[in-house]
Design a protein around this ligand. Structure first.
Ligand SMILES: [Ca+2]
Length: 197
């Protein structure tokens, strides 16, 4: 059991997380472009877990053809203890604003757009988070990798119909090191705002 002050912080964060982001939804100004890709053009298999599924989303010509709820604010919130955790889903978080449709855990861009996500974490464990954008024509961006506690800002480039893929893997703190994706409900939630367009 964490000390009282820590528990209070966790409680505040849990409440704030309902809106899609955490209480630490504050950018530090630190920018990481594509740290994992800057180094290795030669590395065939990057260290982080690769996002799945890799099948590209359907090719569309209009947002009308995309399933899901229209949103302008999205939170990808990981719980690092899975179903046995405290369910605050603030252990590795990224939040961003843009034009998307969300269908379950599937996040699809409804236009060509540049989006910068802010990230945060309230956890004793540190996590490596991997972001990849899969385009309808089968191309995918190089994985963007950041540490959950780095306060990183994550630039993302979407096309109409592009799908977001996010995965998390614990690297310190004693949490399970098994990689998890945004599509595993016990480990991640995709939270959306109420703004409909
Ligand atoms: Ca937690």
């Amino acid at each position: 059991m964490p000390p009282l002050a820590a528990r209070s912080l966790i409680a505040v964060a849990a409440v704030a997380a309902i809106g899609g982001c955490t209480a630490r939804f504050v950018a530090t100004g630190r920018v990481r472009a594509t740290p994992a890709t800057a180094a290795p053009a030669a590395a065939p298999t990057p260290a982080p877990p690769i996002v799945t599924p890799t099948q590209p989303p359907p090719i569309v010509t209009s947002p009308v053809q995309i399933a899901g709820t229209p949103v302008v604010r999205v939170g990808i919130n990981f719980e690092d203890q899975g179903a046995g955790g405290d369910a605050d889903y603030n252990d590795a978080v990224m939040c961003f604003t843009g034009n998307f449709k969300v269908d379950g855990s599937t996040v699809i861009s409804t236009e060509a757009q540049d989006v910068v996500a802010t990230t945060s974490s309230i956890s004793d464990c540190h996590h490596q988070v991997t972001v990849q954008i899969v385009h309808p024509d089968g191309r995918a961006t190089s994985p963007i990798v950041f540490r959950s506690n780095a306060g990183a800002q994550v630039p993302m480039r979407f096309e109409l119909g592009s799908r977001l893929e996010v995965a998390m893997q614990s690297i310190t703190g004693g949490c399970s090191p098994v990689g998890r994706t945004m599509h595993e409900p016990a480990w991640a939630r995709v939270q959306l705002d109420a703004d409909r367009r």
